[in-house]
Design a protein around this ligand. Structure first.
Ligand code: FES
Length: 524
């Protein structure tokens, strides 16, 4: 208890009193002979509560935005955040208040209640305020991210979303910015906000019941068969049986690379799940692993559509010892078939690292040459919808290939061939006229410093876009540490152009045009 004398009964009877106990300011009120004390700064925007109105029911109204607080306990009954209240007592005509802080677990519980409301309402301002309260209470602010994962994990009809993938990168940046609270806060708040955005207004999609004992072959079979009950049930059983991510990762990786999956998302999600578990620990497994299993179950298998159907044959051919090698042409601008053949030829005679580096270099050149007109065309078929993100995924997927295939070298062929699929799919959307030298980067450190400054104040409302600015920048930085000089040069140049070019977030007229074109076919 830290009791201090704040004012006299007589003064308080005349009007509300302000007591300063630096850095605190405390507003004291008297209603019906009872004295109350609350923080003077309104928890909404900081205007002085002492200027507020108090009614007979002991409700304090902040007149700036009409939030209403119960004087007794500081509960906000209209508005948002609660205000801190302090115990008071009167003694010999003096009013005393107890300034001692509540126990840490009580502060944590109260703050998380507020954060959950902010999460459910996707109130970015309050998310920032509640995480900042954790920081100033000297609690671990990263708990906000762990709780957001817990609150969101069963809202994913189709499993893991980019919100979890981006979380790993935001946390990486947050930890690098450890000393600078406002920068660290942006990273943590963006993470929570993205999960809130993806979960907003979604019902729960419960996971299957605990199922059979985990068996890697049976798990991959269940994923292949889109048998959700078996795959999810097996993952839940595995955790109940004491298995952890390191034992399960091989099976998840195998399934992620079993097809040219969902634009590379599957392998990216596997890598980011690994990184999130390294950051947050095994306590996140019950939330992250069922979500990842569900993603793998429902992911699209793009090698089954005509554009990429040569992938399967290429994967079979690359392992044939006596295959006849096709001609290897230029990789930049290659079609899917040409790029797949290029991999087959070069894999036969070059170390895997060299083949990877050349493919990555080409993906970086593709990013550098993305035709910006694709952002603005209105009248075109759905098949020609391309955006920056189609190009950035080539880089983030490659990053996942290097990381996961270094652990599991048996998947290099699949990874390299899928990188070739990215090269081929972007072929028709390149602007050959780009002056490459305009985008080359002179000073890597300065460039990344500016890039992260830009990302931390991105100004983009939809979190999927800020997530991609960050994911691509982190992937490029990772890859530059391993790439050849030539590849590194193109990675930086491609990222430079991406970060400094417009992104169209919503294609209103294009979507309307394509909807009409589809529906009217059955009428006109
Ligand atoms: S500052 Fe008090 S309600 Fe907005």
């Amino acid at each position: 208890m830290t009791w201090v004398k704040a004012t006299t009964v007589e003064e308080l009877q005349n009007c509300p009193q302000l007591f300063r106990a630096s850095p605190k300011q405390i507003a004291l009120f008297q209603v019906d002979g009872r004295s109350f004390a609350v923080d003077n700064r309104c928890p909404h925007e900081g205007y002085p509560l002492i200027e507020g109105s108090v009614d007979e029911a002991c409700l304090l109204t902040c007149n700036w935005h009409n939030w209403k607080f119960r004087l007794e306990d500081g509960q906000c009954v209209l508005g948002g955040d609660h205000v801190r209240s302090y115990p008071t007592r009167e003694e010999n005509g003096e009013v005393w208040i107890d300034l001692s802080d509540p126990p840490a677990d009580e502060l944590l519980e109260k703050t998380l209640v507020g954060l959950k409301v902010a999460f459910d309402e996707r109130d970015f301002g309050r998310i920032c305020r509640e995480i900042t309260r954790l920081h100033y209470y000297q609690l671990d602010p990263e708990v906000a991210v762990w709780k957001a994962i817990e609150w969101s994990h069963d809202r994913w009809e189709f499993g893991t979303t980019h919100a979890y993938a981006a979380a790993a990168d935001w946390l990486t940046l947050a930890r690098e910015q450890h000393e600078i609270w406002d920068r660290r806060l942006v990273c943590l708040a963006e993470t929570v906000d993205h999960m809130a955005f993806d979960a907003l207004r979604r019902p729960q999609f419960p996971y299957a019941a605990v199922g059979d004992e985990f068996d890697a072959a049976a798990f991959t079979e269940a994923i292949e068969a889109e048998d959700r009950e078996t795959a999810e049930g097996m993952v839940l059983r595995a955790m109940g049986d004491g298995l952890h991510w390191p034992e399960l990762e091989p099976a998840f990786t195998k399934s992620a690379l079993a097809h040219y999956n969902d634009f590379g998302h599957s392998l990216i999600y596997v890598l980011k799940t690994r990184q999130l578990l390294e950051q947050g620990g095994a306590k996140l497994e019950p939330f992250l692993l069922p979500a990842l299993a569900r993603h793998l179950i429902y992911t699209t298998r793009e090698d089954l559509i005509p554009e990429f159907q040569e992938y399967g044959a290429a994967l079979a051919q690359i392992d044939e010892p006596n295959k006849e090698l096709p001609e290897s042409g230029e990789l930049f601008g290659a079609s899917v078939r040409q790029a797949l053949e290029w991999v087959i030829v070069h894999r036969a005679s070059e170390p895997v690292e060299a083949v990877y580096d050349q493919l990555l270099c080409c993906l970086a050149r593709n990013l550098l040459h993305y035709n910006l007109e694709c952002e603005f065309v209105v009248e075109q078929p759905v098949s020609r919808n391309k955006s920056w993100l189609h190009f950035t995924h080539g880089i983030t997927f490659a990053n996942a290939v290097r990381e996961m295939c270094n652990t599991y070298p048996e998947y290099w062929n699949a990874g390299l061939l899928q990188m070739a699929c990215f090269i081929g799919r972007n072929r028709g959307y390149l602007d050959e006229a780009i002056n490459e030298s305009e985008w080359f980067v002179a000073d890597d450190d300065e460039f990344f410093g500016e890039a992260f400054d830009r990302i931390l104040d991105h100004g983009l409302r939809d979190p999927i876009f800020s997530a991609h600015l960050l994911k691509t920048t982190i992937a490029v930085r990772d890859e530059c540490a391993h790439a050849s000089d030539d590849c590194g040069k193109y990675l930086l140049a491609g990222l430079n152009r991406f970060l400094h070019s417009p992104i169209k977030q919503k294609h209103t007229r294009r979507l309307a045009h394509q909807a009409i074109a589809l529906v009217k076919r059955d009428f006109d």
